[in-house]
Design a binder for this molecule. Structure first.
Ligand SMILES: NC(=O)c1ccc[n+]([C@@H]2O[C@H](COP(=O)([O-])OP(=O)(O)OC[C@H]3O[C@@H](n4cnc5c(N)ncnc54)[C@H](OP(=O)(O)O)[C@@H]3O)[C@@H](O)[C@H]2O)c1
Length: 347
């Protein structure tokens, strides 16, 4: 059968939730930094069996109180210090802006708390290395909140590739471009803003995940935004084993938010936005098959489950999102910024 004769079929797949022993006490989570993503995670934590949203902290007590209007939580703090000092908090999710991750994560790790820290873990590899060293020396669980790695659709895509559904991978395409408002703090250098650290980290992580290695050759172009951070970037990766990735990301225009993996015997499209996909479509000479994997909550539940699974098993890092990968990605992004002449004020 040729590609064009294929009938398109669809299948709804259900992911199995991670099941904890119901006798075990729920993990008490604390969230630090109460902005947009914290709301999503509050919903995911509260909706996940075995996890409890116990405490939240903001630099502003008013913001913390406003945040908890529709959220069920026992402790509301107006400083980060109070939350990290709370002996009942088991795991801290850090959700403030990029430039604040280092100090906040350091403070939490120094208090012996397990930490899940938003991406990018830090603004550069030196900071990441220091935090990783603290976590490892103190034997504490630490993970970058790269939720994409736990996405059921993308894990299905990986499975299909390893089963040979599209043959050998030749090319990966991914775009993550959205238009940030002119006054967004994500456009500001002082906060570690710019397309690379905010959005580019997803297509970069995706490509390296699919190939299973960091690239051997990198070419890139960057157009600066009016605020001096990287605004519109394109990056090409090449591997000695023949794979290539063409990635784009930007904060000045809306892009396709799509991803595709092309192989010798077919290709797989990821439903946009690719980093939070709820389905994929496999095209090969046997079939065109859409696979739908809708989120149980909002997509963040899978990283919450991964943290619980690791803590239950006594692991200090996630095998799916290991710290060495976070560090190598930070180094790769440092390299790109250095090529583009972009330094953050605190560097
Ligand atoms: N995983 C994902 O899908 C996803 C999506 C969006 C963002 N993120 C990541 O999550 C983190 C937070 O993003 P967000 O969109 O939630 O950010 P946000 O709403 O702009 O801000 C989050 C928090 O950062 C602090 N903050 C923000 N602007 C500040 C300023 N001008 N001065 C001092 N502190 C400021 C505040 O913490 P306090 O409340 O303590 O004052 C605020 O509540 C970032 O690392 C981002 O890359 C991840």
């Amino acid at each position: 059968m040729s590609f064009s004769e294929n009938t398109r079929i669809g299948e709804l797949l259900n992911e199995q939730a991670y099941k904890r022993d119901s006798q075990k006490q729920a993990y008490k989570w604390g969230i630090i930094g109460l902005g947009g993503i914290a709301k999503q995670m509050a919903e995911a934590i509260s909706g996940t069996m075995g996890s409890e949203l116990y405490a939240v902290a903001s630099k502003s007590l008013d913001r913390a109180r406003t945040f908890t209007k529709n959220v069920d939580v026992q402790k509301v703090y107006g400083s980060y210090e109070e939350l990290v000092d709370d002996p009942d908090v088991d795991v801290i999710y850090i959700a403030n802006i990029h430039s604040q991750h280092f100090e906040t994560a350091k403070m939490a790790l120094m208090k012996g708390k397990a930490v899940l820290c938003e991406k990018p873990l830090t603004i550069n590899a030196n900071q990441a290395e220091e935090l990783i060293s603290i976590a490892q020396k103190s034997n504490i669980f630490f993970m970058e909140a790269m939720w994409m790695k736990f996405n059921p659709s993308l894990n299905k895509l990986k499975e299909l590739i390893s089963e040979g559904s599209i043959g050998k991978v030749l090319k990966i395409e991914a775009d993550f471009s959205i238009e940030f408002p002119p006054d967004s703090n994500r456009r500001l250098s002082e906060f570690g803003g710019g397309a690379l650290l905010d959005l580019g980290i997803y297509p970069i992580t995706f490509a390296n995940w699919i190939v299973g290695r960091f690239p051997d050759n990198i070419k890139s172009k960057c157009i600066l935004a009016s605020t001096g951070v990287d605004g519109l970037d394109s990056v090409t990766f090449e591997w000695k084993t023949g794979e290539k990735a063409e990635l784009s990301f930007g904060i000045d225009r809306l892009g396709t938010l799509s991803a595709k993996v092309l192989g010798t015997d077919g290709y797989i499209e990821v439903f946009p936005p690719f980093h939070g996909a709820q389905g994929i479509c496999l095209h090969n000479s046997q079939e065109v098959k859409e696979l739908y994997l809708p989120f149980r909550i909002n997509g963040y539940e899978y990283e919450v489950e991964e943290v619980m699974r690791c803590l239950d098993m006594g692991l200090k890092e996630s095998p799916k999102m290991p710290l060495i990968e976070t560090l190598e990605t930070m180094k790769l992004m440092d390299g790109l910024r250095s090529e583009w002449g972009i330094l953050f004020p605190c560097e």
